[in-house]
Structures are given as structure tokens and as C-alpha cells.
Design a protein around this ligand. Structure first.
Ligand code: NA7
Length: 482
């Protein structure tokens, strides 16, 4: 088997394979370090907005988390611990950037082409390259012309000295609101360019006391119980975030109260109040973003950006903002085709072309015409309210079952039936139409035409249930000739 990507997903797959006694696999990683998104996002303040006890593998609990919401470096340490603890290093090929995948139907083999030549062939393949792995500079006029420092949140320059600088942060999503409080005290002036305000709720973040870690080490069941409690708390939040319900209004009330408590100025309150339903975009958690915006050297700018110039940013009201540095917290380039490189399946069909109108898969993991290929965090696997790793574990189990079928039944190919996939997607899209994500805001969850190929319209428990059964009848099976 070949696995593309050594982030949580690719490494999780490797652990599952090893636990099942399968050692014949290789992980192709384009970088020189494991960790995926947690290797790339090292900006000051980078942290997960899901509690660590839930944002970690249930089969590898960490009793030593230093706080409820871990920072990026601690998550990266955990990922590196996984590599060591499960003996994954020997399977990883660093600096191996896959530039294409091709299926040979006669032999039932996938070939990965590598940048700079070279190929890897395997019976099955796992796409674990992550949905948000390509940092994107926005398509704003003049970005190239700006002569000052440009930094993207996911490509941080730790050598740049912010002291005394006039700095802009463009973008107020999950990354932007974590960067602003960290930068504000280091710079001379901080201008925050907001296009759309997001809903922000309080962040119940605490240091883990020593006795608590000791308890987790001595009585692992206590940590398991905490994880369960966190899981069900987040499950309940689905009713506020995914669907429009009385809980949605309750959550909006909580966010409004948070805003009113932290921000006194009426103008600023109005600018920071979203005009869409909570959950439509990712709900943000922060205690220090609003206070940072109100510091004397900070300014919230809501005029649209007209262009960047050599010296700064010009806004639509005609004001020139002179700057030394622009931080782009503008998110990621979610590939329109759904894959970062061409993927050719049976009969030379190409996935990017098939997904041009919006990606679809069966149970988010298999795609008809692309046998023996498993997508981790594929179409409609995104959680809006719960830990991505809960969803990931369900995917890993499912992919393992597929791989075991191929091996145990001596199959050349296992390909989901097109009709099964079509029926599944018809139901998904019907359910998605009734969700908050499709209630009128713009987000990276949707294509420009408003097609939601990203999120799973249900509870994590429903997603788990969907992934818990592997129906052989859903697949075309072709045996290898003896
Ligand atoms: P996001 O969530 O995609 O946020 C990007 C932010 O940048 C958002 O506020 C955008 O405004 C803003 N943006 C993007 N392009 C522009 C332009 N051209 N002009 C002005 N503002 C712009 O990325 P993050 O890195 O914060 O978070 C990504 C995910 O990581 C997040 O969903 C979590 O799962 C963790 P907009 O709202 O589009 O008007």
C-alpha cells in the first residue's frame, strides 16, 4: 500500500495497518518532517480549537497535555511521539512529492509518480494529503507589488522581527484571530482587515494541574471518561451549529453576550456582529481576540481592500495604509478539482474532470472508477462541531477493512458501484440543503456555485455508524487470477 501524506491521517492509517499486522506499506511525504497542518502552522498563537483530549487518537491517549486547548508545538510533539511509539519512521519517505496517481486496470495496481522522476507501485493507495495544505495568497491586486514583508499564516517566518513595525493582518478566520492577540504587543501598529466578521464564543482554556496528569497516568479510565464527556458536549453542539434550532439561537446569544462583555464601543460591536447564522462558517473560540482589537495601537478596518501598493494597502474609502509587513491569514487554496495532482482511474478517467462540478465519493472514502483507493478527509467528511480525529478514526477502520478484503479475498480490484455512490450522494445533498452551512454565507466549505462537498450533515455518531459497516454488495470485486 502507498499512503500520500504524513500528517495525522497518513500516520493514523499506518498505525492501523501495523496493528493489523500489515507492514508492507510506504508513506510518501513531500516535506522533510511529519505533522502536516501542525508542521506548517507555527504562527504565534497557533492552537487547536478542539480540546486536546478529544483532538488526539483514542488508542493513544496523552496524559501530559499541558492545557485544555493545546498549542501547535505540543500537538506536533504528540505526532512525533506517535511516529516513535508505533515504529513508523522506517515507512516514511521524506521529500517525496507525488505529482500524479494512475491505476493500471490490467494488473490492479496504483502507480504514484514523483516529482523529479521515480515511481512507487502498490495494490492500494490512501490519499491523506489533507484538505488545507496549500497556503493561498489572496487574489488582491498589487500583492506582488508590495515591497514590505509578506507572511502567510501557514508559512511563518520566525526570523522576522516585528518590533516597532507597522503590521497588517488580512483575514479574521480561525488563524487570524489567533495571530492578532500575539502580535499586538510586539508591533508599533496593528491594522486588522476584516472582510466578514465571524461568530466568536468563549474558550474554556485551562492549564492542566500536575495532580490531573498524575490521575490520568494512574487511572487511564479517568481520561477516557473525560474524553467521552467532551465528545458528548461537542455532539450536542451539532444541534446549534449544523441545523437551525432553538440551540442555534442560544449559541448566538452566548456569542453576542461574549461580544458585549468584551467590547464597549457600539461601532465596533456592530462591525464584529455577523449577519449570518452561527455555524454557517466555522465558529471561532477566543478570549483574547476582542480585547486585542481594542488596544491603543490596534485598529479594525472594515473597508474593503482595493489593492496593495508598494508601501501598503489602499482601502475602498481611498485611505492609504502605510505598512512594513502584511500577514496573510487568508486561508488555503482548496483545490477546485478536489485533488492536488491528477488522479487517473479505470479507462484513463481523470478525477479532477469528474469532480469539476463538486467532489463526490461513497461514504467520503471511495470513488467509483478509482478502485483500491481510499480518501481520508474526502468529500463530505468534515465535522462542523466535533473533533476531526473522531471522524478520522472511523475512516481508518473503514479503509483497513477495504485493504483486508483485497488481501484476504485475493482481489485485483474493489470498486464501489456507481449507482451506490449516486444514491448515497443524492441523500447527502438533500440533507445538506437543510443545514446552516448552506444558509447563505460564503465559506471554504462551499464551491463558488454553493455546492457543499466538504461537510458531513449529521452527528459524529451518525458518521461513525455509516463507517461501521463495510457492505461487500456495494462494491464490484474482481479476483486476481491464480
Ligand atoms: P479561513 O477560515 O479560510 O479564513 C480566511 C480569512 O481570510 C477569512 O476571514 C476571509 O474572509 C479572509 N480573506 C480571504 N481572502 C481575502 C481577501 N481577498 N480579502 C480580505 N479577506 C480575505 O482560513 P483560516 O486559516 O483562518 O482557517 C482555516 C481552517 O483552519 C479553519 O476552518 C479551521 O478548520 C482551522 P471571508 O470570511 O472569506 O470574508
Amino acid at each position: 500500500m502507498l499512503i500520500v501524506g504524513a500528517g495525522f491521517a497518513g500516520l493514523g492509517m499506518a498505525i492501523r495497518l501495523k496493528k493489523a499486522g500489515i507492514e508492507d506499506f510506504v508513506i510518501l511525504e513531500r516535506g522533510d518532517r511529519v505533522g502536516g497542518t501542525w508542521r506548517d502552522n507555527t504562527y504565534p498563537g497557533a492552537a487547536c480549537d478542539i480540546p486536546s483530549n478529544l483532538y488526539s487518537f483514542s488508542f493513544a491517549p496523552n496524559p501530559n497535555w499541558s492545557r485544555s486547548y493545546s498549542e501547535s508545538a505540543e500537538i506536533l510533539d504528540y505526532i512525533e511521539y506517535l511516529v516513535a511509539a508505533f515504529g513508523l519512521k522506517q515507512h516514511i519517505r521524506f521529500n517525496h512529492n507525488v505529482s500524479g496517481l494512475e491505476f493500471d486496470e490490467k494488473q490492479g495496481l496504483w502507480t504514484a509518480r514523483l516529482d523529479g522522476g521515480g515511481t512507487v507501485r502498490a495494490r492500494s493507495a490512501v490519499m491523506a494529503q489533507g484538505p488545507l495544505s496549500n497556503a493561498s495568497l489572496p487574489d488582491i491586486e498589487g500583492v506582488a507589488a508590495f515591497r514590505g514583508k509578506k507572511i502567510h499564516s501557514a508559512r511563518w517566518d520566525h526570523d522576522y522581527d516585528f518590533t516597532g513595525k507597522r503590521v497588517a493582518v488580512i483575514g479574521t478566520g480561525a488563524s487570524g484571530i489567533q495571530i492578532v492577540p500575539e502580535l499586538v504587543d510586539r508591533v508599533a501598529r496593528l491594522k486588522v482587515f476584516q472582510r466578514t466578521p465571524a461568530w466568536v464564543i468563549p474558550r474554556p482554556d485551562f492549564h492542566t494541574p500536575g495532580w490531573n496528569k498524575a490521575l490520568f497516568r494512574a487511572v487511564p479510565a479517568s481520561q477516557k471518561a473525560l474524553r467521552e464527556a467532551l465528545f458528548w458536549t461537542h455532539e450536542t453542539m451539532a444541534m446549534a451549529v449544523i441545523w437551525n434550532s432553538p440551540l442555534t439561537r442560544l449559541a448566538e446569544g452566548l456569542a453576542r453576550r461574549h461580544l458585549h462583555r468584551q467590547v464597549r464601543d457600539d461601532w465596533m460591536r456592530r462591525q464584529l456582529t455577523p449577519d449570518f447564522r452561527i455555524g454557517c462558517k466555522r465558529v471561532l473560540v477566543s478570549n483574547d481576540y476582542y480585547p486585542a482589537l481594542q488596544k491603543d495601537n490596534a485598529q479594525l478596518i472594515t473597508w474593503p481592500i482595493a489593492r496593495l501598493s508598494e508601501n501598503g494597502i489602499r482601502t475602498a474609502d481611498g485611505v492609504e495604509h502605510e505598512l512594513d509587513c502584511v500577514v496573510f491569514a487568508t486561508g488555503f487554496d482548496v483545490p477546485k478539482s478536489g485533488t492536488p495532482f491528477p488522479v487517473r482511474g479505470r479507462g484513463g478517467r481523470e478525477l479532477g474532470a469528474e469532480w469539476a462540478g463538486g467532489a463526490q465519493a461513497y461514504k467520503s472514502i471511495n470513488v467509483a472508477g478509482y478502485p483500491n483507493l481510499f480518501f481520508l478527509f474526502g468529500p463530505n467528511s468534515g465535522p462542523g462541531h466535533n473533533s476531526a480525529l473522531v471522524y478520522m478514526e472511523a475512516q481508518l477502520d473503514y479503509a483497513l477493512r477495504g485493504v483486508q478484503r483485497l488481501m484476504d479475498d485475493n482481489l485485483k480490484l474493489l470498486d464501489v458501484k456507481p449507482a451506490v455512490q449516486a444514491r448515497h450522494n443524492k441523500q447527502l445533498q438533500k440533507r445538506l440543503a437543510r443545514t446552516n452551512w448552506n444558509s447563505g454565507c460564503k465559506s471554504w466549505y462551499l464551491t463558488e456555485d454553493g455546492f457543499n462537498a466538504t461537510m458531513f450533515p449529521g452527528f459524529a455518531t451518525q458518521y461513525r455508524a455509516q463507517m461501521a459497516t463495510f457492505e461487500d454488495g456495494d462494491y464490484e470485486r474482481v479476483a486476481l487470477k491464480a
